[in-house]
Design a binder for this molecule. Sequence first.
Ligand code: NI
Length: 165
Amino acid sequence: MVQLEILVYPDDRLRQVSQPVKAVDDKITGFIADLEETLSSQPGCVGIAAPQVGNFLRIIIVDVSSRPQHKNHGHLVLINPVITSKKGSSVGREGCLSVPDYTGKVNRSQFIEVKALNRFGSKVAFQMEGYEARAIQHEIDHLDGKLFIDNLVGNRNSLKKRNEL
Ligand code: NI
């Protein structure tokens, strides 16, 4: 496994829309292992999307289990994820490996249902809420070339330098 280099804002490649995975083959499985290695090398980080390492495929990893106060489904590798329903809204603070020095407040759906393929190419579906749902929405945005700084709530004051927290 290899740790992959993370693209950092304002790199234009972060704005690219990623393509669906056509087949979950050995190449994809190997890439997922590298993406997991890259995520686990970043302490406190709960998610990553393939385009953040310059691979423009619709693959995300989310794992909020390090924050057990939030309901979660553990370590999730989701291929071609689609949000099939959403309900409610909540504002929360987000950060991103690709925007390393800042956090900001973003409005997200409170409850979502997401469908995807898992790492074995099998169909999966989850109902999620709160922090885990937020993380999924953040990572799927990356697949569409969007960053959390595009959706800040209120004025620019919601953006904070990490060392000012
Ligand atoms: Ni991010």
